[in-house]
Ligand binder design. Sequence first.
Ligand code: AHG
Ligand code: MN
Ligand code: MN
Ligand code: MN
Length: 335
Amino acid sequence: MSKPTLSRFLIDQQRMPDSTCPAELRLLIETIARACKVINHAISKGALGDVLGSLDSENVQGEVQKKLDVIANDLLLDANEWGGHLAGMASEEMEAIHPIPNRYPKGEYLLLFDPIDGSSNVDVDLSVGTIFSILRAPEHTSGRDVEEGDFLQPGHCQVAAGYAIYGPQTLMVLTVGTGVYEFTLDAEIGSWRMTDGPLKIPTGRREFAINMARRRQWSPAISQYVEERILGAEGPLGVDYNMRWTASMVADVHRILKRGGVFLYPEDHRNGKAKLRLLYEANPMSMLIEQAGGAATDGANRILDAEPVGLHQRIGVVLGDPQEVAIVSGQLADA
Ligand code: AHG
Ligand code: MN
Ligand code: MN
Ligand code: MN
């Protein structure tokens, strides 16, 4: 049987009894997927398209913006502004929210995105991605513009989440709350075709992902977890572990969805500061991971229950194999 397209998958979802995917949401996801095709095209041009390198600007995160951070941000805004499905958007690359301009009809959803995740990898041709999260606007906002507070909903309120990964293949990994499905871009015909799903995180795989250069900032619990795995067969666990770190959360999370293991970007134990953004990175990835049978905590508590207090709030992230996440999060004795 031929592989169903993303459109076919979404229409089937829409027609399911008790569907979690009404037509408006389906059309919004299709628009995002179309924008990701354009981003993919821009990235693939590389030096030939004058899309590599940095700008002089910094984003609200205090990061130097790559050209592609801004190109992808603008592509997502342009693609999603006029379709009538959204009340507003928010992005890692924009200090303030982006309400839908009055010249366009407004819809009932909010879109939050990390336009290019792993952008330090763009110039060296490693995998990068686009992460997105969809919320319902708290009430139909036809009478007023959306406000920042409308976006500050805990992750368990997300109605859909996903990412595109621009790697050896271009993939879209998506959930509308009914499992996680993978679509591969067939570039010749411009169509996303389902190539895997529902994804289930393999358990018991001995692989972890962490930026070792930050070890002096780890809590004793994180230090112990990593130290025991580095000791491997010569330590208390008696078995070897492997380590991978790509500096693209999309790539690391995708590996975990397909191959198992655990991803850690804990907060700095000394001052409580974290790197990854709750609304654009941690929440959508946590929804995908939970939908695939995994777990996601901030090192102690479920990420999807975190109450956001700011648009660009950061949070510690431990996600993947539920057994490993439980060990790190102090919910299980290390065995
Ligand atoms: P972004 O490129 O959107 O700013 O995100 C980068 C994030 C994430 O993708 C990755 O896991 C992490 O930052 C890498 O951090 P280090 O540079 O500390 O390795
Ligand atoms: Mn960034
Ligand atoms: Mn990112
Ligand atoms: Mn980014």
